[in-house]
Design a protein around this ligand. Structure first.
Ligand code: GTP
Ligand code: MG
Length: 344
């Protein structure tokens, strides 16, 4: 399946139906009076976050969403039919931006969250509405209100708990494949992964979602390689997992490159909790591991873990460390509960 994380849609809500001018005409009934009904309301356009979607690909095939107009009112006091609403079903984590691609109109982060993007126009009043003691045969009615037309952008920021970071070939996809049932493409050339993958990882009865994104290279923030747009997907993660390839000759440089890109991207990514791991330890000897690890610890100022995604060494420890960070993050975000519930 193709992955799409930004797309443009055109929406329009329905116009209201016009009111009707009509008089009751029936045999033997004189002065039948006005009986023109009101117009129906136009349909609105909504967006709703739904479960089970993880790409905006549907909006590649359909970009125009026009709700139906309300029907005009009719004689014999009949009100026009309302136009049906239209609902854009989007994945959880979709931001809706205005035409300028900057102003955030809303951010749909929970399943079932709904927002109205364009309200349908009200129907006009028929002449029945305008009758009064002094004007018993009004010949006026209101037109319906116009619909609203908008151009919007949908931007998907996946909601994962853990974001994988690293240079191309660091073993990110291998790690995801080894720990979850996701099957990302793995190969020994850079930029194997071209779009983000999600996987559900389980450890000690807990489950969390890991996002594997394409590798970053020096200058990604200026658009080199695949650029750093994919970092948007790890913006909402609780913790970042930075994999450093142990077989690389320039371990320290690899580490600082990624860090520099994180800082260049901004958005508070560099301040997110981060776990640094020396990967591929099955391919290097004890001595090299120790020295690389020490070096990284000095650079990062925190504990550096070791693992091998292929052989499985240390993977569980890394998962446990991630889980600890996620629980802490969820606790941090949990609203403070009141001690004593209110009682009458
Ligand atoms: N020896 C060894 N090789 C590994 C390990 N993990 C990954 N590899 C190899 O490293 C290469 C790249 O792995 P990927 O998982 O595709 O790397 P990636 O970080 O996803 O790379 P991109 O998608 O290009 O950013 C593959 O040939 C893997 O077999 C490991 O723990 N040990
Ligand atoms: Mg990959």
């Amino acid at each position: 399946m193709k992955f799409l994380d930004l797309c443009k849609v055109y929406i329009r809500s329905g116009a209201g139906g016009g009111g009707c001018v009509s008089f009751r005409r029936e045999k033997y009934i004189e002065y039948g009076g006005p009986d023109g009904g009101d117009g129906g309301t136009g349909g609105s356009v909504w967006a709703e976050a739904v479960d089970g979607l993880n790409t905006l690909i549907d909006f590649r095939y359909q970009q125009h969403f026009f709700a139906k107009n309300g029907q005009p009112g009719m004689g014999r006091q009949r009100t026009g039919k309302d136009g049906d609403d239209i609902v854009l079903r989007v994945p959880v984590g979709t931001e809706i931006l205005d035409e300028d691609q900057e102003t955030v109109i809303c951010d749909l982060t929970e399943v079932g969250q709904r927002v109205q993007l364009a309200r349908g126009g009200n129907g006009g009043f028929g002449n029945l509405h305008f009758k009064s003691a002094t004007n018993q045969a009004p010949r006026r009615s209101n037109p319906g209100q116009d619909g609203v037309e908008r151009t919007l952008w949908l931007r998907l920021k996946l909601i994962a708990d853990v974001g994988l970071l690293g240079l191309p070939n660091a073993g990110k996809s291998t790690f995801l494949a080894a720990t979850s049932n996701a099957r990302p493409k793995i190969a020994d050339y850079p930029f194997t992964t071209l779009h983000p993958n999600l996987g559900v990882v389980g450890v000690d009865n807990a489950e969390f979602v890991v996002a594997d994104i394409p590798g970053l290279i020096e200058g990604a923030s200026e658009g080199r390689g695949l650029g750093d747009l994919f970092l948007g997907h790890v913006e909402r993660c609780a913790v970042l997992l930075h994999l450093v390839d142990g077989t690389s000759e320039t371990v320290a440089e690899d580490y600082t490159t990624i860090l520099a890109e994180l800082e260049a991207y901004g958005g508070g990514l560099a301040d997110k909790p981060r776990i640094t791991v020396l990967n591929k330890i099955d391919a290097i000897d004890e001595e090299a591991r120790e020295s690389a690890c020490k070096y990284l610890e000095k650079l990062s100022g925190q504990h550096v873990m070791m693992m091998s995604g292929v052989a499985g060494d240390g993977v569980t420890d890394v998962l446990r460390a991630l889980r600890r960070q996620i629980t802490e993050d969820r606790l941090r975000q949990k609203p403070v509960e009141e001690d004593e519930p209110w009682r009458p």
